[in-house]
Design a protein around this ligand. Structure first.
Ligand code: VGL
Ligand code: ZN
Length: 204
């Protein structure tokens, strides 16, 4: 079953949002155009409690961009973003959410972050996405969204590890680039682990 996976197309990751990614908004019309070409359309949604340990504001004297140890894992500190039920956590208004068959939320445990749509960053708990895909008989995924160097990358790497064939739609992804070159590095990491880098015009 031809399956499209939309990663975190949420207000906070678009210009004007709390963790704004350049040109994140440009992905919305691309997603809307791609959806009808797929039999199954799934989405992930970053969905944090206000107390989340990845928020710099929840650690005295810490600032976004700094690194901490969060329960044994190295953690980048972020601005407060994608708080459950907030506007920032909503999908972008123009996204055709009626075309999405199922949404998987992640980052709900305040003690651990979850970049991947499949598992938290410690691979301690699954979101249910992997089991759902297997139950549907899905073997191949087309992935797009935000952010190339975080949630897209870790979702793709987990998908590959779980045995899915992964097509990463490069022009339909945008990244944070906390450090110059992070997006290019993420693309090359995904490709070297087996992801096919394609363009949205090649999804047929
Ligand atoms: C993301 C940083 C923090 C993402 C989510 O969607 O890539 N990045 N939370
Ligand atoms: Zn987050």
């Amino acid at each position: 079953m031809k399956t499209l996976l939309l990663i975190d197309l949420q207000n906070d990751f678009c210009p004007g949002g709390a963790l704004a990614v350049d040109e994140g908004n440009l992905l919305i019309p691309i997603a809307n155009e791609l959806m009808p070409k797929f039999e199954l359309v799934l989405a992930t949604q970053d969905w944090h409690p206000a107390t989340h340990g990845s928020f710099a504001a929840n650690h005295p004297w810490r600032r976004p961009g700094q690194m901490i140890d969060l329960n044994g894992l190295s953690q980048v500190l972020w601005p407060i973003h994608c708080v459950q039920e907030s506007f920032g956590a909503e999908f972008v208004k123009d996204l055709n959410t009626a075309g999405i068959h199922k949404v998987f939320v992640k980052g709900t445990d305040p003690e651990i972050d979850s970049y991947s749509g499949f598992f938290d960053n410690g691979h301690r708990k699954a979101t249910g996405l992997g089991d759902y895909l297997k139950a549907q008989g899905v073997t191949e995924l087309w992935v797009m969204g935000i952010a190339t160097d975080y949630c897209v990358k870790f979702t793709v790497l987990d998908a590959l590890e779980l045995g899915f064939t992964v097509n990463l739609i490069e022009d339909a992804c945008r990244g944070v680039n906390l450090q110059a070159g992070d997006v290019a590095q993420a693309l090359s990491d995904m490709q070297s682990k087996g992801a096919n880098l394609i363009q949205s015009s090649e999804t047929s």
